[in-house]
Design a protein around this ligand. Structure first.
Ligand code: SF4
Length: 720
């Protein structure tokens, strides 16, 4: 057996489970990945991405030297630079001086609101902290945001409004210690596979009763006591009907409601219309199943709520999440092990990027930018003159693109994001991006967004740098450098600190916000000193096992579950709800509802997995449709079809399967050659969270000629 030169313990770069990996290296090559039994989030388990999906590090298309456009782009209507002949390799000095010069020039001529930045849910806490520090401290703009806006922004707005805190309240593995688990809008075994495995184990070995709410017959439905296949976009009706039943039958926890909540009476009145009969009509779920789900959840001694993007990605996403949060407030299933409100965060560090303030309205630690006291706090931390930081929130990711142009956002810095795969209504988003006057992209590959850049800054991968990720359980964990960066790539934090020093020099500031870090440990120390929830976390304390924030002091053991002594807002708040109208109704022309999501073998925009051998496991997009719909349209399994919405169309093969329900089609969003977001709508957005309506798009499906397939490889799926 091959013996490693060294074994490096770190954290998986894919999903929010935050599995501990042991990288086995020989001759600077990761030839094997193992999962240690004392990895707290995964206990020896890994999914296919963590175990086999790290080879993207070595892919020949990886960019390892700074690049600049051969022909500079000036003004709007920029064009993509697809060929390497369009680029020229430059030194770091040349690249960073150019970025600094252009950003400063735009700032001087058009002010703070002409600049914006996208942070990255894949980068470390330290990387993200420096990105928002750079744009806030040097350019006084809060237009710093990231993809949390597109996945769980509505969880954040609903939880903040209801209880005053937005993170997952409990630890995912507590599912082994609960009685009832309700999983809504989360294909957990594909999106958070190790948590999915623990949910299956909880059912099989601990007798936990599982309620699955999803329009598709996902794998967890096979383990469920109840599977509620609702129509996409009808969550509010379903969960409000459960609340209706719980109130009507007197199954709610009257003591908890009286002591720990407010607004119950008005809320209860608003629930009267949500009868199980009404909900059956709206959702398609039999009323008996809604009543039984309400009984199971309410009468359990301990019950957990888990949810994913099938709850959040709607123009009424905040109301959708609130309708679920209400169930916990009614029953008091919070504040103990095996209970709680648990939004499963998608990316490896989406929790951390949010914690670090890469959001348009909050500083690190969720301190609101609108509060002058918070501005004063960060001015002190960053050694800025009083009054430097504005109290006006910035733009969100979708707003940043829409504002692109000579009178709006002229300069954009994108770190480790790919908006031209993740934004809704991609054709429109691409038009907006073309209007950005100056674009810098920092990433591993020249992806769909990178080809539009003026400057490309090659970043180190997760295995080539130190830092921390925060998983979905709020656990801050150590990421370790196992390899030197490929070529001239540098860690994101190093690039940002270098860039910031050059910007400060060009601005001629008489003070410095402090950019002379020699190791991410020093950045973390700055964060921990400034944010009370992290005060007790040091690199030494999380050397082997992470700590779950809040950790207010160095002798604090961390917080596996929250709200033992009530909610941060004092009392939990109920909100009266109405059933929201669909922003775009299905019509005869667009009679099917398209929902989108992830696959086990791929990850988000595909920047990593499509440069991995994992791509061979699932090499092409297919649209899943139910046999009833396929029969009605005369479509057979494997046939090329055109999926069209009011905004655009893609041609893919059809996969006829009873995994979907009649009327619902599913298209994964990983494939640039048939990007699902060409079809999704960019308006309206959720009024509070500004999240788009990704999960229920009216579409039609028509047969298409084989010649129109961008990727004709056809491999029938082995699993359903
Ligand atoms: Fe990585 Fe998530 Fe798979 Fe764990 S479950 S190995 S964190 S992708």
């Amino acid at each position: 057996m091959l013996q490693p030169d060294r074994v490096v313990r770190t954290i998986c770069p894919y999903c929010g489970v935050g599995c501990t990996l042991e990288l086995h290296l020989r001759d600077d090559y990761i030839y094997e990945v193992q999962a240690p039994w004392d990895g707290v989030a995964n206990r020896g388990l890994l999914c296919v991405k963590g175990r086999y999906g790290l080879d993207y590090l070595y892919h020949p298309h990886r960019i390892t030297k700074p690049l600049m456009r051969k022909t500079p782009q000036r003004g709007g209507a920029r064009t993509p630079a697809q060929s390497m002949d369009d680029w020229v390799e430059v030194s770091w000095d040349e690249a960073l001086d150019f970025v600094a010069e252009r950003l400063v020039e735009i700032y001087r001529t058009s002010g703070p609101r002409a600049l914006a930045a996208y942070g990255s849910a894949k980068a470390t806490n330290e990387d993200n902290y420096l990105l928002q520090k750079l744009f806030r401290a040097l350019f006084q703009t809060h237009s710093v945001d990231h993809c949390a806006r597109l996945c769980h922004a509505s969880s954040v707005s609903a939880l903040q409004a209801a209880i005053g805190s937005a993170a997952m309240s409990n630890t995912a593995l507590e599912v082994l210690e609960t009685e009832v688990a309700l999983v809504a809008g989360s294909n957990t075994t594909e999106n958070h596979p190790v948590i999915g495995a623990f949910i299956k184990r909880a059912v099989q070995e601990r007798g936990v009763k599982l309620i699955v709410v999803d329009p598709r017959r996902i794998e967890l439905a096979d383990y469920a006591t109840l599977w509620l296949p609702l129509k996409p976009g009808t969550n509010v009706a379903l969960f409000s009907a459960m609340a209706h039943v719980i109130i009507r039958e007197g199954w709610y926890n009257a003591d908890f409601v009286a002591q720990h909540t407010e607004g119950f009476e008005e809320f209860a009145r608003s629930m009267e219309k949500f009868t199980p009969e009404f909900a059956e009509q709206v959702t398609g779920v039999p009323k008996e199943h809604i009543i039984e789900a309400a009984r199971l959840y309410a009468q359990a001694r301990r019950a957990m709520l888990f949810w994913g993007m099938g709850m959040t990605q709607f123009a009424h996403g905040t109301a959708s999440v609130l309708s679920l949060v209400h169930l916990a407030l009614l029953t008091g299933h919070v504040g103990q092990v095996g209970t709680g409100l648990n939004p499963l965060r998608g990316q490896n560090n989406v929790q951390g990027a949010s914690d670090m303030g890469v959001l348009n309205s909050v500083y690190p630690g969720y301190m609101k930018v609108s509060d002058p006291a918070n501005a004063a706090h960060w001015e002190q931390v960053w050694h800025l003159p009083p009054g430097t930081l504005p109290t006006q929130p910035g733009l969100t990711v979708t707003e940043i693109l829409k504002a692109a142009g000579p009178q709006g956002v002229r300069g954009l810095f994108v770190m480790g994001e790919n908006p031209l795969m993740s934004e809704p209504n991609l054709a429109e988003a691409e038009e907006h991006l073309r209007q950005v006057e100056f674009l810098a992209v920092q990433d591993l590959f020249l992806n769909e967004t990178g080809v539009y850049a003026d400057v490309f800054l090659p970043a180190a991968s997760f295995a080539e740098k130190d830092g921390t990720f925060t998983n979905t359980d709020r656990r801050v964990q150590r990421v370790r450098k196992a390899l030197e960066p490929r070529g001239q790539a540098r860690a994101d934090w190093e690039i940002l600190a270098d860039l910031a020093r050059r910007i400060e020099a060009k601005l001629g500031l008489p003070y410095s916000a402090g950019w002379h870090y020699t190791h991410p440990r020093e950045i973390w120390a700055e964060i921990a000193a400034a944010v009370p929830a992290f005060r007790g976390i040091t690199y030494e304390r999380i050397d082997r096992v992470g700590l779950q924030w809040p950790v207010p002091s160095e002798d604090h053991p961390g917080t596996p579950f929250l709200y033992t002594r009530g909610f941060p807002s004092g009392k939990g708040r109920f909100f009266p709800l109405d059933f929201p109208d669909a922003p775009e109704p299905a019509t005869r022309q667009f009679p099917l509802t398209m929902t989108t999501g992830r696959l086990l073998e791929h990850w988000h925009g595909g920047t990593m997995t499509r440069h991995s051998d994992l791509d061979a496991l699932y090499p092409m997009p297919v649209v899943e449709m139910h046999p009833i719909d396929a029969d009605a349209l005369g479509i057979t399994d494997g046939q090329p079809v055109r999926v069209s919405s009011r905004r655009g169309s893609v041609v893919v093969r059809a996969h006829v399967t009873d995994k979907t329900t009649p009327g619902v089609v599913f298209l994964p969003f990983h494939f640039a050659e048939a990007a699902a977001n060409l079809l999704t709508m960019d308006a309206p957005l959720d009024p509070q969270a500004k999240i788009p309506h990704y999960k229920a798009t009216p579409v039609r499906i028509d047969p298409a000629p084989e010649a129109e397939l961008a990727n004709p490889v056809w491999q029938p799926r082995g699993r359903r």
